[in-house]
Design a binder for this molecule. Sequence first.
Ligand code: NDP
Length: 447
Amino acid sequence: MNRSDALAEAFLAELSVTDDSHPNTYHAISDVARDVLTVEKNDPAWSAARVLRRLSDPDRILSFRVTWEDDNGDVRVNRGWRVQGSNAIGPYKGGLRFHPSVNEDVLRFLAFEQCFKNALTGLPLGGAKGGANLDPRGLSEREIMRFCQAFMAQLEPFVGPDQDVPAGDINVGAREIGYLFGAWRQRRGLYQGSLTGKGLSYGGSEMRIEATGFGLVYFVQAALAEQGHDIKGKRVAISGKGNVATHAALKATEEGARVISLSDTSGTLVAPDGMSPDLIRWVQERKARGEDLSDPPKSDAAQFREGEVPWDLEPDIALPCATQNELDASMARTLIDGQVEMVAEGANMPLTSDAARVLRHAHVVHLPGKAANAGGVAVSGLEMSQMSQRRFASAEDVDASLRSIMADIHARVSEEGRGTGEIDYVRGANLAGYRRLAKAISAQGIL
Ligand code: NDP
């Protein structure tokens, strides 16, 4: 066992979370621990401050009942949470997810990752994540509104522009943010930037909706440029059909790549010659209506493959943009057999630890989500500044800022990850995020 593995093992044995009790949190912390503990050990101030130990335990976990009434007048009960990871470098910031799979473990891992991601942006943003174990499929517009109001009735005291600023995530888009913001504003009696992802008519930023997917492509372009390559003509396989997946597809297509797939839980839409922007917009419409991707328009020569994932399509670049742990070791081997050059994470932690290990051994460039999908939170940071200044930037200006932030993140991460050979982006992202957090946490005393 090498030194970093030995340090990580001793460190993990001390945590209250285990692989059995909190598999996602344990996975996220152990991956970071292997990269950063040797650096922490070598810095007396960071080591004495026990920076990673503190980051591994969120500042607080809020857990609450959400009681609401459905259209039949029946009382429904869900559980909501907000995990506030760290506010050492800025107000807590991170999305809300409404999905039946949401539990404390999922939100703890997401909040932990968010602390590092937000540190990488260079903006003053702490890390948090929240949500509820709600299955919104089949709910009416009014039911969604009542649920959002009931959720915010519980969370309102803990949210505010200098306190905690939630945003969207899976199944929380512009509509839900509107209801959540309205409920917060009414309860608090203040018009402030308490959430991001707001509509343009009430304090939102241009480009926030597109930012994660567009930023992912900008990050991929920066990594390709590092190798003297270009995205033009590359075959790009994307999983997911939501906000991140479809905006990455639109931007990659615009930049000259051939997007050969999008997918959902029922199967994969395959377009061997590349998707047209119209086909990608058709996917967005299906998603908005809660429909799957069967029966694509005939004109696009696309096929729906029920129950399949897109990783056997021999892409040059793979963009997993659906959810955590969606790509396992055998799928990683399939990608390698198909000569994949780069895997860039649009989703948070879409690769299992084993899949990441398989890619590393095969020397496939692996761009981790905490760097590659940071564009969304970066534009949220810009939305917070615009809202407090009451001055709003044009789409062109926000897009230019997004490009420049993604280029800066790439520069920071590649500098940290540059060893003697190829760049290790996973290690680079962990170290660059950690250093910023460690400086702030060790400077602020024992808290
Ligand atoms: P959306 O709710 O817009 O879309 C998620 C889509 O993924 C759904 O259509 C769902 O399909 C599909 N999906 C879920 N599981 C699978 C699976 N195993 N295989 C294929 N498709 C699947 O979510 P977002 O696009 O906002 O988020 C996607 C990921 O990106 C998440 O990990 C999120 O945390 C991350 N992310 C999002 C950011 C944002 O700004 N929105 C920012 C940074 C990261 P179905 O319709 O069948 O349920």
